[in-house]
Design a protein around this ligand. Structure first.
Ligand SMILES: *[C@@H]1O[C@H](CO)[C@@H](O)[C@H](O)[C@H]1NC(C)=O
Length: 297
């Protein structure tokens, strides 16, 4: 019950006009709160036996072995907002494994999807973080980077901010990717469909590590990835119809319309030092540069 009170208090500002007796229910629906436990906001999608709750559900462990990987999804879908989790990736020899954290509209034909994928590696070799963006059914927007720390040594925060202006992927407080809304210039941008929040841990040794050359060493199994501090703030769907269009949602506020000076500097540093692949530069793959890649966009 104490959790419910904390969540409610955070939303008092939004709902202060409502009667005391009804505001609790309404508040939970109108703006996503700050969940602390897994079961509050998530359900298992893949292999109950390969997900373990720790610390009364505040943390979970995903397991990959030769029998199965595992995965979970948010109970609700959200349109616009910010989602973040702390993740600690598989240590040691994780080659051939992929840990993913993403949002997905679950509409195959016209898929919208925002992806973080962590591609494992041999002991001592760096993980690769791949991001991708699908808008109105089209993806093929991969970027890959390495990290400035060992993501298996400790928890780090991975965040997706999605508002009407842009989508920003963050690693801790560092923006690693920005995709602007240029719908006005005919560039697809997800604005119509709500997305669920997903995570999975699976075997992908046909492509993940050094393009599939490095296979999973099953003698090192089971492999474990850890998650905690689940935080989804957005407009749940179904929910109030006008939620997504409200300029008063905090994630649409001035501070979230553009990177601030510190973020801009960090973003530049990441782009200069950590990018290893950018579809925008891949001339062999795209004879015509994708429109969103042009300078000034
Ligand atoms: C794994 O390590 C090798 C050697 O450092 C590197 O070329 C590669 O990009 C790393 N990551 C993946 C996912 O293959």
């Amino acid at each position: 019950m104490s959790m419910a009170i904390v969540r409610t208090l955070e939303n008092v500002g939004v709902c202060s006009l409502l009667l005391l007796s009804s505001w609790f229910l309404v508040c939970v629906v109108c703006v996503g709160g700050r969940p602390a436990t897994f079961v509050q906001d998530f359900q298992i999608t893949w292999s109950e036996s390969h997900i373990r709750q720790i610390d009364q559900g505040r943390e979970i462990q995903l397991i990959l072995d030769q029998n199965s990987g595992s995965g979970f999804v948010s109970k609700s879908k959200y349109i616009f907002g910010r989602v973040s989790m702390k993740i600690k990736l598989i240590p040691g020899d994780s080659a051939g494994t992929v840990t993913a954290f993403y949002m997905n509209s679950d509409t195959d034909a016209i898929r919208d999807e925002l992806d973080f994928e962590f591609l494992g590696n041999r002991s001592g070799q760096p993980y690769t973080v791949q991001t991708n963006i699908y808008a109105n059914g089209k993806g093929d927007r991969e970027q890959r980077m390495n990290l400035w720390f060992d993501p298996s040594a400790d928890f780090h925060t991975y965040t997706i901010l999605w508002n009407h202006r842009h989508i920003v992927f963050y690693v801790d407080d560092f923006p690693i990717r920005v995709y602007k809304n240029n719908e006005g210039k005919g560039i697809p941008y997800p604005t119509m469909q709500a997305m669920g929040v997903y995570s999975t841990l699976w075997e992908a040794d046909n492509w993940a590590t050094r393009g599939g050359l490095e296979k999973i060493d099953w003698s090192k199994a089971p492999f474990y990835a850890y998650y905690k501090d689940f935080d989804i703030e957005g407009c749940p769907v179904p929910g109030p119809a006008n939620c997504a269009s409200k300029q008063s949602n905090w994630w649409e506020g001035a501070a979230y319309q553009a990177l601030n000076a510190i973020e801009a500097r960090r973003y530049k540093w990441v782009r200069l030092n950590h990018i290893i692949y950018d579809y925008c530069q891949d001339k062999s793959r795209f004879r015509v540069t994708p429109p969103e890649c042009h300078a000034g966009i």
